[in-house]
Design a protein around this ligand. Structure first.
Ligand SMILES: C[S@@+](CC[C@H](N)C(=O)[O-])C[C@H]1O[C@@H](n2cnc3c(N)ncnc32)[C@H](O)[C@@H]1O
Length: 460
């Protein structure tokens, strides 16, 4: 187990920092959405409990985009892309088994081939030209950060319809992206009850609502002719943020610039590939290098990053098939019991290491950090193991809750069941191994305690 823990430790933590430098879809860190000129925190004036716009199962849809389970508008998109400078491609948009619509190989593709080549003239970035230049000027004047700016830009261009140069692109975007932003508070509470993703989803919904309200109060209400509420409202922002969360790319080779890259954003994610989108300076376009071969007709994949199933659900609205995601992890909360007679002494020992009475540790099906073991050992250590301790007490709080587990309901339920199944599998395995290890430790196996110098000291 120590070996597994060590391996885990060396793979999990670097993953988090690697993500920042890898050309993955939007960073795992939710960007700051607040406006630069808003020193006060973003207000969330709309409750995340069921509201007018979210209370019914039939969420209002925006009047643009298409259903992605059909190939509606895909042909027009491909034609517009090649007319706009996209070189001939070895892939085409088609209906696919994973992700409904995606890119499939038209010819044999070798491992190590560079595919795509989307030129910068086809990127949508914070510097893109607005069909309504006044709208762009106002947002620049208020120094609106990239994400809210891009969300507003997308709505502005979508409402310009045929006079926007992005008309064909926007028509091929999903009318309702798969996103937790469309789940009502009741659905989040009910379906994600057992997952930590529930809290993060609530925060994300709250942030998006707060950002829209901030923009409305500080900017849109002052320029109602440029930003009419019939166009710039909570529903259209839910759509545009849903699009950004599921499609925006961070390009490390362009200093981390974020962009919507038409065509490249038709690629679906697979946990089995490790290739990412990035800007290629030599060919001057967004590319990815295949890490496996494809035959004509096969669906082509990239990786959206080494993300847990919960994070994939949070940003992209899907959960990979059970057992297929080696990056899946669950945060395990551990805490000292207040009733532990050695509570104070244990807390002191933890504090010396900058830890508190409750700590969260990431666990994967393959293992967990050594620090988790040290914490767990300390939590269950009986007084007989230290001269300071009076009687055996303390146990680890393994916070394993079981999930309580038509159309929309069935779909959301399925996502929730998939997420819960994968998270439970990790938790149950961790619980089993931890309990066994802690039993061993009670019968005198103290080696693991040496991993924390301070912890070792208190058992002298
Ligand atoms: C960047 S888009 C990819 C293209 C998208 N399928 C489309 O038709 O527009 C990301 C979205 O594709 C879907 N998707 C991508 N990878 C998936 C996967 N492995 N399983 C299920 N859905 C996936 C999700 O709806 C996600 O929000």
């Amino acid at each position: 187990m120590a070996e597994a823990s060590r391996i885990f430790h060396s793979t999990l933590f670097p993953t988090l920092s690697l993500q920042l430098s890898k050309p993955c879809y939007n960073s795992h860190v939710y960007p700051s959405l607040s406006l630069k000129k808003a020193p006060r925190p973003v207000q969330c004036s709309v409750s995340t409990s069921e509201t007018k716009s979210t209370s019914s199962n039939a969420t209002q849809e925006v009047p643009w985009g298409c259903d992605i389970d059909s190939l509606e508008n895909a042909e027009a998109l491909q034609k517009w892309l090649s007319d706009s400078g996209l070189p001939p491609q070895k892939m085409a948009i088609d209906k696919v088994a994973v992700g409904e619509r995606g890119l499939v190989a038209l010819k044999n593709v070798r491992k190590g081939e560079k595919l795509l080549f989307v030129p910068p003239s086809l990127f949508i970035t914070a510097d893109s030209e607005w069909s309504s230049p006044e709208a762009g000027q106002v947002l620049k004047q208020y120094s609106v950060p990239d994400w809210p700016l891009l969300a507003t830009y997308l709505i502005s261009e979508a409402s310009a319809q045929k006079s926007s140069r992005w008309c064909n692109y926007i028509s091929a975007l999903p009318r309702q992206p798969y996103s937790l932003l469309y789940w009502t508070r009741a659905e989040l509470d009910r379906y994600l009850e057992a997952s930590q993703i529930r809290q993060r989803a609530i925060e994300r919904v709250t942030d998006v609502i707060g950002t829209y309200n901030d923009l409305r109060l500080r900017i849109f209400s002052k320029y109602p002719d440029i930003f009419p509420e019939e166009v710039f409202n909570m529903e259209t922002f839910r759509w545009s943020f849903g699009i950004l969360f599921s499609r925006l790319v961070r390009l490390p080779s362009m200093d981390g610039k974020v962009a919507l890259v038409p065509w490249a954003d038709m690629l679906n994610h697979s946990c089995e590939v490790e290739t990412f989108l990035d800007y290629d300076k030599s060919s001057q376009g967004v590319v990815f290098t295949t890490d496996r071969a494809y035959q004509p007709g096969e669906q082509v994949f990239i990786s959206y990053g080494k993300k847990s199933n919960g994070e994939l659900l949070l940003s992209y609205g899907f959960v990979p098939k059970e057992g297929t995601n080696p990056s899946d992890l669950v945060e395990l909360p551990l805490s000292l019991k207040k009733s532990d007679r050695c509570y104070k002494e244990k807390l002191e020992a933890l504090k010396k290491h900058g830890l508190s009475a409750s700590q969260c540790y990431p666990i994967q099906i393959t293992g967990w950090p050594l620090e988790l073991m040290a914490y767990a050992y300390l939590a269950v250590s009986p007084p007989s193991m230290s001269k300071q301790f009076d009687e055996a007490s303390g146990s680890m709080d393994l916070d394993v809750t079981s999930p309580k587990q038509l159309n929309r309901r069935v779909f959301l339920k399925q996502l929730a069941v998939d997420l819960c199944t994968s998270e439970q599998r990790i938790l149950f395995r961790a619980e089993y191994i931890l309990r066994r290890r802690l039993r061993d430790m009670r019968s005198g196996e103290l080696r693991a305690l040496r991993i924390f110098d301070g912890l070792r000291n208190i058992f002298k």
